[in-house]
Design a binder for this molecule. Structure first.
Ligand SMILES: [Zn+2]
Length: 388
């Protein structure tokens, strides 16, 4: 059963690349799309007004962080996450699984769920698949993710297989809970978005038979869309691309596919070529705060002394506010002086670069020239080495 407000339509295909429109309870998203990461209900260093100006159509919120602070019940009392944070457009929330996986020494995974200690105050918590669905019902995101178990890289086949089977069992429990939340009242849970969709997550590490079994089992449960999880955790890039290609081949053509937590601009282009529709990654925002900037010609480390008196814009091909207004010399000065504006201006640019890349990808697919876009992108991107 699909959420009443959720739909996805592929409008163009070019090879395995697809262009489409995903419609949610809070509006439509042109795909392939990149979601800026708004961990705690804010994309670090910029305002929602900036995001709208950049053309972002959807952002991601982190269940783990919002559950611990300010708490999902508080957000539900405020009318849900959209109202609480003042962002009227679509929101996707993760399940918290990946953050808990990253806590390593502070968590234990059992069939029941993930036992973990808060990074804020050390308090003990248990996140079950049902609890992750309930928290996201409180948040009222447009797309909720199931709780899954991620494994590290490298990981033995047996351990990967156990995590994959557990993820599948949790996916069934997550789906049952969401259907229960949609159809009847669940004690103590306020559903703040009746149109919330839910995506399943394919796991299985780098083992193809596990990926195929995970995809088949997850699709059989009947989600609104499907994510590929557990990649970008240290495996070689060609292995990741191969897993992406083999996994999308196992997913339904008429439903959206989301590659979680990836990646570099080249990863986006290559994953679109393998049939992915949706991405999120902290790279553009985190790198911006560290002075690492993406440009059409490659990456720039603005700290570098060579930019000390460089009057050129960061990227002459970029139309963002930062590039239209400021020189590399000024951006370097702001960064070295520790001015807050450095984080803001750098984030504006890096996000514009990512969103522009997605706009270029969508146009190329619509005009049937995605392969030439892909080739030109890689040629330009590799022309300039990282200057850090
Ligand atoms: Zn720019």
């Amino acid at each position: 059963m699909t959420a009443p407000s959720f739909s996805f339509r592929v409008t163009h295909t070019d090879g395995h690349a697809r262009r489409g429109v995903m419609t949610t309870a809070h509006g439509a998203i042109e795909t392939p799309a990149f979601m800026p990461v708004g961990t705690q209900g804010a994309v670090k260093a910029i305002t929602h007004r900036d995001l709208e100006g950049l053309g972002a159509e959807i952002i991601l919120g982190n269940t783990y962080h919002l559950y611990l602070r300010p708490g999902d019940a508080l957000i539900a009392r405020q009318g849900g996450l959209h109202r609480f944070i003042g962002w009227p457009r679509p929101i996707l929330t993760d399940s918290g699984g990946y953050q808990i996986f990253s806590l390593s020494s502070r968590r234990t995974i059992t069939d029941e769920g993930a036992h973990f200690r808060s990074h804020l105050d050390g308090s003990a918590h248990l996140l079950t698949p049902e609890k992750a669905a309930d928290i996201q019902a409180h948040l009222g995101s447009d797309i909720a993710m199931v709780l899954d178990e991620c494994v590290a890289y490298p990981c033995a086949m047996e351990e990967s297989a156990d995590a994959m089977r557990r993820t599948l069992d949790w996916a069934r429990r997550s789906r049952d809970r969401l259907l229960e939340l949609r159809s009847s009242a669940v004690d103590g849970v306020t559903v703040t978005n009746q149109g919330q969709a839910q995506f399943g997550i394919v796991q299985g590490g780098i083992h193809l038979p596990l990926r195929e079994a995970s995809a088949a089992g997850t699709v059989a449960l009947g989600f609104d869309g499907y994510a590929i999880g557990g990649l970008s955790v240290g495996e070689p890039t060609d292995v990741m691309y191969d897993i992406v290609a083999r996994t999308t081949a196992c997913l339904p053509a008429q439903q959206p596919r989301y590659l979680m937590g990836t990646g570099t601009p080249a990863d986006l282009v290559e994953s679109v070529a393998r049939g992915v529709d949706l991405f999120d990654c902290v790279l553009p925002t985190r790198n911006a705060r560290n002075g690492q900037l993406f440009t059409a010609g490659g990456r720039i480390n603005i700290k570098n002394a060579r930019y000390g008196e460089d009057q050129r814009p960061l990227d002459r091909d970029c139309a963002c506010y930062t590039c239209r207004t400021f020189s590399r010399a000024y951006l370097r000065h702001l960064f070295l002086a520790g001015e807050i504006a450095a984080a803001t201006l750098n984030t504006l640019h890096n996000l514009n670069f990512y969103l522009d890349t997605m706009r270029g990808i969508r146009d190329a697919i619509a005009f049937g020239r995605f392969e030439s876009f892909r080739l030109a992108f890689h040629q330009r991107w590799s022309r300039q080495a990282v200057d850090s």
